[in-house]
Design a protein around this ligand. Structure first.
Ligand code: GAL
Length: 395
């Protein structure tokens, strides 16, 4: 075969492969990603053994069957680069490929973490100047999800914007950095969910999809405290129109089970995230969890609300002082209605369901009460301090 012909054929094959991966890439995450991430419990001390134990626990405790599929290693896995620039994992992760095989063998997927900057937030090696190489390494290891965290790229933004990270030139540099990794992932030939993490700067929800993001953090970091979780979660009002199948707002990972909130507060956390069509990435130690926390993470109705195929994010309908009413449209004409009490005392909330478009005779399920409510136009449930009543309404 003439050489030129072979070369052209190879070029065509590579274009077709890229197009195929680009299509596969864009159809990833039709519903918000679900899984687990190491950061909120293990921070940068996470090990291969922790990740394997989490994968095993997800299978054993039913989370895998409930839809939690990604097992995501956050910051702290990176070692040094080889002389040719290839990234290596550190001593706590002796063999990434073997780890991916282990996770895949359990029907789960493996995620990893990096930064567009030279260093990650915990000062490990970032991908700056090595984007294509790192994407290829991730693909070769069998990685399925990448969280890409701005971290030290902030310094590059300051330089690009001449001291102002919000300047147009800095904004362009940021978009370029995220697009570059997206293109590198596509070129590497393995569909990989691309999670942008830059804490909601520059209205990322407006341009996240353009740079290839399947989800983007909309806030700073969550912590295992009611005040912080509530500040982040309730601040999402108004962002619903930016989410949809394949592109999700991400108000950060879950803290359920880490021990810093009451059960009512964790139910509020989970309900609000479901109303927000947020990614559900558990962040606790799955190998040592209390049954009541597992029950919150595995509640079928709340998961169904989050994962609904319509892919619409819910939004706030009203707030009267600390008493908030949120709804989320669901497929087949169903609706989720959440009554939140952000106050410091239990409170009776009066809600007119008719005014929310609930027709007479609709079927009303009280999700956390695990019971059906008799239909009535006006409901007056007592909501505990920092608690929620979550209703799933079927016409
Ligand atoms: C933060 C990020 C956290 C975690 C941490 C790792 O910037 O928001 O979710 O990834 O970096 O260092």
């Amino acid at each position: 075969m003439p050489r030129l012909f072979v070369k052209r054929l190879a070029a065509l094959a590579s274009v077709l492969l890229c197009a195929h991966v680009a299509i596969a890439q864009s159809s990833l995450s039709p519903t918000p990603p679900m899984g687990w991430n190491s950061w909120n419990h293990f921070f940068q001390h996470v090990t291969d053994a922790d990740v394997r134990a989490s994968a095993d626990a997800m299978v054993a405790n039913g989370m895998g069957d409930a839809g939690y599929v990604y097992v995501n290693i956050d910051d702290g896995w990176q070692g040094t680069r080889r002389p040719d620039g290839t990234i290596q994992s550190n001593d706590r992760f002796p063999d990434m490929k073997a780890l991916a095989d282990y996770v895949h063998a359990r029907g789960l997927k493996l995620g990893i973490y990096s930064s567009p900057g030279p260093k990650t937030c915990a000062k490990f090696e970032g991908s700056y100047g090595h984007e294509a190489q790192d994407a290829k390494t991730y693909a070769a290891w069998g990685i399925d999800y990448l969280k890409y965290d701005l971290c030290s790229f902030g310094d590059k933004l300051t330089v690009a914007g001449n001291g102002d990270q919000a300047a147009p030139a800095a904004f362009a540099a940021q978009q370029e950095a995220y697009r570059k990794m997206h293109d590198a992932l596509v070129a590497a030939g393995r569909p990989i969910v691309f999670s942008l993490c830059q804490y909601g700067m520059s209205n990322v929800w407006e341009w996240g999809p353009e740079v290839g993001g399947h989800l983007w953090r909309t806030t700073g970091d969550i912590s295992d405290k009611y005040d912080r979780m509530a500040l982040i979660g309730f601040s999402q009002a108004g962002l619903s129109r930016y989410a949809g199948p394949g592109h999700w707002n991400d108000p950060d990972m879950l803290e359920v089970g880490n021990g810093g909130m009451t059960l009512d507060e964790y139910r509020t956390h989970m309900s609000l995230w479901a109303i927000l069509a947020a990614p559900l990435l558990a962040g606790n130690d799955l190998s040592h969890m209390k049954p009541e926390h597992l029950a919150i993470l595995e509640n079928k109705d709340v998961i169904a609300i989050d994962q609904d195929s319509l892919g619409k994010q819910g939004d706030r309908v009203s707030a009267l002082g600390p008493y908030e009413l949120w709804t989320k449209p669901l497929s087949h004409g169903r609706t989720a209605i959440a009554l939140f009490n952000r106050g410091e005392l239990a409170h009776t909330m009066r809600v007119n369901l008719r005014e929310l478009g609930v027709p007479p005779g609709a079927h009303i399920r009280n999700v956390w009460g695990n019971a059906d409510l008799p239909f009535s136009d006006i409901i007056n449930p007592i909501i505990p301090k920092h608690g929620v009543v979550l209703l799933l309404v079927t016409r």
